[in-house]
Ligand binder design. Structure first.
Ligand SMILES: CCCCCCCCCCCCCCCC(=O)SCCNC(=O)CCNC(=O)[C@H](O)C(C)(C)COP(=O)(O)OP(=O)(O)OC[C@H]1O[C@@H](n2cnc3c(N)ncnc32)[C@H](O)[C@@H]1OP(=O)(O)O
Length: 240
């Protein structure tokens, strides 16, 4: 009888652990994120010591619902390339203290949109560019405000040149200033010749929404990956 209870208990705990962690483990060991590792900006980002945290690939593959990650990044035919790069010094701060408001932290997002994301023929839909920039601002402001969720209060976009499908582009997002709950950001989309195609500014405000959801997601990922040890440093990888 006791043995049966013990077996039942073990099965229950095993099932719970499997249910909770397996999707993350699967995402972590999957090579999904490695398929589109090459792009036009790779050597430039390597020289600038930008890293590509593995956690981002996990977020793209995770079962947690998120608009961009689930709708676009996971759609096999939408983005030929979608890679997020953080500066090395940001990596050390993600799970610890706040970024200093004066830090000019940059995040870089490299993307190459497939034909499925065109508006006019061979031109990436402007709404997609707004989404990518909004999401970049959302990540950066979340990290810059010490992992407090933020909401878009204002987003301005100047579309200077068409962004073409099936070409590599880079979004650079940075903090302009932080004043209390207000995070002011700016972003630029460059083509492979470093020509500016799109410029944006944004105002994000810290809010009470969904903080626990993001915290839970990051905690789960952290537990599975022991993130501090497993973040992939592309410059180190290259030297190996
Ligand atoms: C390891 C890596 C992990 C990464 C992990 C990343 C996780 C994280 C990723 C998340 C990535 C998703 C990113 C999606 C981002 C959205 O899509 S959010 C959804 C779209 N946005 C919305 O729905 C917001 C709708 N608006 C609102 O709810 C409210 O207007 C707001 C924005 C919360 C502000 O309302 P409030 O809190 O009542 O603030 P309020 O008192 O009105 O204003 C405060 C101040 O801001 C100013 N202000 C407010 N609005 C404006 C405005 N539009 N323009 C100028 N000033 C304004 C006010 O004038 C006031 O200024 P002061 O008088 O204090 O100087």
């Amino acid at each position: 009888m006791k043995k049966n209870i013990l077996l039942f208990g073990l099965a229950f705990v095993g099932g719970f652990t499997y249910e909770r962690y397996f999707p993350y483990v699967k995402a972590f060991i999957s090579d999904k994120g490695q398929k589109n590792d090459d792009h036009s900006f790779k050597s430039m980002l390597e020289q600038g010591n930008y890293i590509q945290p593995k956690v981002i690939d996990i977020m793209h593959s995770s079962p947690d619902k998120h608009f961009l990650h689930n709708f676009i990044a996971q759609h096999n035919e939408a983005l030929n390339v979608f890679k997020i790069y953080y500066p090395d010094k940001l990596e050390q701060k993600i799970y610890s203290d706040n970024l200093e408001s004066e830090d000019k932290i940059h995040l870089h997002f490299v993307f190459n949109a497939a034909d499925h994301l065109q508006g006019h023929s061979s031109i990436v839909h402007g709404g997609l560019l707004a989404t990518l920039i909004d999401n970049a601002f959302g990540q950066l402001s979340y990290l810059a405000s010490g992992q407090i969720p933020t909401a878009t209060a204002n987003l301005n976009i100047n579309y200077r040149k068409p962004v073409k499908t099936n070409h590599d582009y880079m979004i650079t997002a940075e903090i302009d200033k932080i004043e209390g709950r207000k995070v002011f950001l700016k972003a630029t989309i460059y083509d492979q010749d470093k020509t500016i195609c799109t410029e944006a500014t944004g105002l994000f405000l810290t809010v009470q929404w969904g903080g626990q959801m993001w915290k839970n997601a990051l905690d789960k990922i952290k537990e599975v990956t022991q993130i501090d040890d497993k973040i992939v440093k592309i410059d180190q990888k290259k030297k190996e």
